[in-house]
Design a protein around this ligand. Structure first.
Ligand code: NAD
Ligand code: UDX
Length: 460
């Protein structure tokens, strides 16, 4: 099969950056250029100070330090990178559409189509195109039509190669994946991509399928994972009414090998850029084929997640004597999970919004998320003016500042460092009774109760 010497990846985001860094590390003989139309992002990827990389992932800085300038390059010259590459990964964002038909449901494919048109117009020799972005099933057919109708008479082979990395563990997931999935029609193109992964992934874990199975498997995997979280969260509500403890229930059911122990941690609700977007997309696709029951089945996963976030906020309000107006609530964590600076769809955003509607004052501390990001997340909701958001929400640099004089602490992200804080010092600084609402079941109930905290955790 064709040996790939040069790769171009369009999209230098949370997927493109880490994924291509790992390919560059594992395949020093392949030259990889990651391009993006966002010049600021590319500049950050090229920053000498590795702390300034646009994506925070454990282990990423070391890999970029090793490969950047050797066989890994970040550039805004998209045409040049397309022209020179044998294989082009498309790793651009596919957000939920916020206009027109399918608004709030369908995936917005405008960035994907722009890539296809740009590739078609630039390419002067045959290219293999790899769908790395998460796409609705049958997108490859649309891409093929654009390429064949607008190209320069060269051949394009399209592969689907969805990415299963989770943020916070991206490098580890990429180096040691459960499986690599490659969908396609052309044997030679499939073999070319298989050979790249085979440099570090065991052949038995490289799965090849037809295009449509591969595209649909990505949406399905995220739907199943999110469904587990919503399922255990639904049980957490029942635990709170009955005296059962959701961690004990998780453990008891997870030891059944048919169920499995992973992804059964009750929480304030799942966030992240993928789960909600991909399920909405699945629901939209099912509806568009007239499969109403299928659509409604999966829609419940999202409704349960919204309910969980609302429930967490309601419990805070109710416990604080039915009013949080003018009360300071300290948020520990804003990221959608630990070990990432990503906040997209984080439960913290929605819990904050509910509490702000009740006129709470919120102080936020997150070890990796900037104040700018937090205000942008709130402004994006359009619930109140950005002046009001800045007045009601303060972002601080230490947890102790966040908790000082607060009526309650709410844990929104499971950062490890929260466990080792001086909780006695925090208690002494707070208004009494000092409440802790643990949306991640992170802290030790006994330790906190011994310190005289009123401790509330999901599902207990
Ligand atoms: P992202 O927003 O972090 O990055 C996408 C980048 O693409 C942006 O920097 C944007 O400027 C760039 N871009 C968009 N259109 C472009 C164009 N025409 N030319 C050049 N650059 C362009 O998104 P992400 O989180 O990396 O996700 C990318 C895709 O991967 C999505 O489809 C997502 O569903 C999927 N995915 C994400 C994850 C995850 O954990 N974030 C995991 C698996 C799959
Ligand atoms: C997810 C998928 O795991 C990954 O395979 C896919 O490629 C992208 O989407 P990601 O969103 O980065 O990855 O993180 P993930 O670990 O799946 O967590 C998603 C959300 O679910 C987080 O908010 C997390 O806190 C929450 N979660 C996860 C729970 O509340 N309980 C769990 O048991 C697991």
């Amino acid at each position: 099969s064709k040996t790939i010497k040069k790769i171009c990846c369009i999209g230098a985001g949370y997927v493109g950056g880490p994924t291509m860094s790992v390919v560059a590390k594992q395949c020093p003989h392949i030259e990889i250029t990651i391009v993006d139309m966002n010049a600021e992002r590319i500049a950050a990827w090229n920053d000498e100070n590795l702390e300034n990389l646009p994506v925070y992932e454990p282990g990423l800085q070391e890999i970029v330090a090793e490969a950047r300038g050797r066989n890994l390059f970040f550039s805004t010259d998209i045409n040049k990178a397309i022209d020179e590459a044998d294989m082009i990964f498309i790793s651009v964002n596919t957000p939920t559409k916020n206009y027109g038909k399918g608004k709030g449901m369908a995936a917005d494919l405008k960035y994907i189509e722009l890539c296809a048109r740009q590739i078609a117009s630039v390419a002067k020799d045959d290219k293999i195109l790899v769908e790395k972005s998460t796409l609705p099933v049958r997108t490859a057919a649309a891409l093929k039509s654009i390429l064949d109708n607008t190209g320069n008479g060269v051949n394009f082979h399209i592969l689907s190669n969805p990415e299963f990395l989770a943020e916070g563990t991206a490098i580890q997931d990429l180096i040691n994946p459960d499986r690599v999935l490659i969908g396609g029609e052309n044997e030679e193109a499939i073999a070319a991509l298989v050979n790249i992964y085979a440099h570090w992934v065991d052949q038995s874990k490289i799965l090849t399928t037809n295009l449509w199975s591969s595209e649909l498997s990505k949406l399905t995997a995220n739907a199943f994972l999110a469904q587990r979280v919503s399922s255990i969260n639904s049980i957490s509500a029942l635990c709170e009414k009955t005296g059962a403890n959701v961690d004990e229930v998780s453990k008891a059911i997870g030891m059944d090998t048919r169920i499995g122990a992973k992804f059964l941690k009750a929480s304030v609700g799942f966030g992240g850029s993928c789960f909600q977007k991909d399920i909405l997309n699945l629901v939209y696709i099912a509806r568009s084929y007239g499969l109403t029951e299928v659509a409604e089945y999966w829609d419940q996963v999202i409704l349960m997640n919204d309910y969980q976030k609302q429930r967490f906020a309601d419990n805070i309000i109710q416990t604080l004597y039915n009013t949080v107006s003018g009360k300071k609530i300290a948020f520990l964590g804003w990221a959608f999970k630990k070990d990432t600076n990503d906040t997209r769809e984080s439960a913290a955003i929605y819990v904050a919004d509910y509490l702000l509607n009740e006129q709470a004052e919120i102080t936020v501390y997150d070890p990796k998320v900037s104040a700018e990001r937090i205000y942008a997340d709130l402004d994006y909701l359009n619930t109140r003016s950005s002046e009001e958001n800045r007045l009601l929400v303060k972002v601080v640099n230490t947890p102790y500042e966040a908790c000082d004089d607060a009526h309650a602490v709410a844990i929104l992200t499971e950062w490890d460092e929260f466990k080792s804080y001086d909780w006695k010092k925090i208690k002494d600084q707070m208004k009494k009774p000092a409440f802790v609402f643990d949306g991640r079941k992170l802290l030790n109930r006994k330790q906190l109760e011994d310190l005289d905290f009123k401790y509330y955790a999901i599902g207990e």
